[in-house]
Ligand binder design. Sequence first.
Ligand SMILES: *[C@@H]1O[C@H](CO)[C@@H](O)[C@H](O)[C@H]1NC(C)=O
Ligand SMILES: *[C@@H]1O[C@H](CO)[C@@H](O)[C@H](O)[C@H]1NC(C)=O
Ligand SMILES: *[C@@H]1O[C@H](CO)[C@@H](O)[C@H](O)[C@H]1NC(C)=O
Length: 776
Amino acid sequence: MALSAWAVCCLLGYLLLCGGSPGPSMPRLRLSYQDLLSANRSAVFLGPRGSLDLRAMYLDEYRDRLFLGGRDALYSLRLDQAWPDPREVLWPPQPGQREECVRKGRDPLTECANFVRVLKPHNRTHLLACGTGAFQPICALITVGHRGEHVLHMEPSTLQGGRGRSPHEPSRPFASTFVGGELYTGLTADFLGREAMIFRSGGSRPSLRSDSDQNLLHDPRFVAAARIPDNSDQDNDKVYFFFSETVPSPDGGPGHVTVSCVGRVCVNDAGGQRVLVNRWSTFLKARLLCSVPGLGGAETHFHQLEDVFLLWPKAGKNPEVYALFSTVSAVFQGFAVCVYHMADIWEVFNGPFAHRDSPQHQWGPYGGKVPFPRPGACPSKMTAQPGRPFGSTKDYPDEVLQFVRAHPLMFRPVKPRQGRPVLVKTHLAQQLRQIVVDRVEAEDGIYDVIFLGTDSGSVLKVIALRAGDSAEPEEVVLEELQVFKVPTPITEMEISVKRQTLYVGSRLGVARLRLHQCETYGSACTECCLARDPYCAWDGASCTRYRPGTSKRRFRRQDIRHGNPALQCLGQGPEEEAAEQVAATMVYGTEHNSTFLECRPKSPQAAVRWFLQRPGDQGPDQVKTDERILQVEQGLLFRRLSRLDTGTYSCSTLEHGFSQTVVRLALEVIAATQLHSLFPREPKPEELPVQGGLASTPPKAWYKDILQLIGFANLPRVDEYCERMWCRGSGEPSGASRSRGKLSKGKSWAGLELGKKVKSWAQAEHNRTPREVEAT
Ligand SMILES: *[C@@H]1O[C@H](CO)[C@@H](O)[C@H](O)[C@H]1NC(C)=O
Ligand SMILES: *[C@@H]1O[C@H](CO)[C@@H](O)[C@H](O)[C@H]1NC(C)=O
Ligand SMILES: *[C@@H]1O[C@H](CO)[C@@H](O)[C@H](O)[C@H]1NC(C)=O
């Protein structure tokens, strides 16, 4: 049987590729694009032309709108109404720009269009939008209306040059933030993409940029920008930029290395008076470290910053900085999430400046006298004390400005919380691109649920637990959600805690994805508990959203830390007692042939064990696997059945010490000799169903069917097969139809007979003890 051989081969291949014990970093639940759509977990907006070429997204929770910037267009979607109900504004490049861009050698399709890269709130009725303008950046104000209105149109009179506010390129990493009517950007601001700078513009003050004389920024890749207040004194407010740089090897060796940094400028920086005119006079930066301590002090460093998410607390002012890093080396590709406290970042900026006497020297802490006001400090009450007239950076002594220009880098790096990543992912099939975090209160504590956007259009939902005193965090991948139908890198992710929704953007478009859907985990307490999802708990009847403090405690069952249903689900629902009462399904196989018993547990993390209860045995024994009987990921594969394999097989899963019976299969092995007596030879045409009688042997096609059915035991249910092939709707045939001998009816009848014959004879086999079978 070629088919059988193929199946075995296929399964063995599967075993080699996918076998091994399922690791903890495998998601507990995988939901496909279709799964998500049909469960209303997600909805996708791809625009009127099937792809937005999305470059910017702004979630406006005040107006309940989502604004999108695409290629030559802007969109507004309402969050509070039927999704998506879009409004569109077309915004192509200025006349002639497209042609000019092509003439300068840029790609007409992928570069010479207006890719909208900035969408920021300007005031209560307007947004500021900037785009690449076919390599001639432009900005404009967009009327979006008051709260409750759903309008979107451009104000043509506000069109203006956008150099320094949007990059020229559609795809180059870029960060911006809007503070006090001014736009802060980290970008390269020229046609060739060489002039990297931090730029501020748009207010009544003259615009400010990085000093290009000094090498303050080394080929930066900007990832994020945000205003973060230092303390209650607004004069100290700073805008922080997160970026990676490529710098010459620090040990003076050849080549370059990638490092990641946090940089900052004062919001009230006005530049210098004689030096640093219209240049930042408060810019400082520090390295961000993210590494895993290894054996013998060797560290694995994650250098490249991929994304940053600021987790703002409900109370208090300081966000926690969640940063996603990657590392790519010849031997190793991995990702890590490190978390930084603002207090640690401030401490580094308050510490020593990095200094070296020449590029050939090693970096060390600056040991000389640091001028006053401290370089990098914002002008405030502290610097403007009586007798110290430093009310603006323009008043700062040249000495201070010269110092900050020569020492923009802090000596100490910023170390992550706990000194190590909260999450490390290696050997992933996908790359990680975006991070969003939600702080969730659960029954047994507070958890940071991490959503990671991959380069294949999916989102991973992960929690990182600190197991006891161990420094090693335990990671639980709760779900893998395929948000986009085709694999496409996730480029934007925004969370609305209010709506419990994630907005996920890729070049194609944007998806609205619910953070949780507790009923997906199953309808039993154990399944809910094993899911370990901080959003979900067993409420006594079903797996539902956990809301702290709102429901009667005794009815909430949740155990994120241990996922131990034995403890949590005692007496909750019938599944514990019923475990051994899962009804057994009959399956048939032929002696000397191969067969396959399938078992697909809900969670790929569960360990699967098979038990066999032979007729007449005391209790079930665990199935001994060898080269004849293989346990593969999807079931139990018998390469060559023996009659002694007859018995009831139960597939049980073990997860967090909790075992559950998934399926019970009663396997009947049909002896080769009996098969021959059943089908002694192929039937002759005159033996086909005839008038007035029953066929004693099935026609040729059926003979093949039944052999395939029994031999290739992946579809082993006689009843089901019979139903499908022969007994369709006919039931017990009437004498009339039998006597008329209509082929269709006759076929049904004969098929039914055959089915009965196989079953009764299998039943007879079943009633014999193994000893008797051996004796025959
Ligand atoms: C999904 O949402 C739509 C519209 O809100 C509704 O009509 C439909 O019944 C929902 N389907 C499911 C499976 O909840
Ligand atoms: C927002 O700014 C625009 C352009 O400057 C102006 O026309 C509009 O009146 C402003 N809206 C409000 C509510 O201030
Ligand atoms: C499987 O069963 C068919 C039908 O009895 C037989 O022809 C074939 O040789 C069997 N295969 C093996 C491996 O015994």
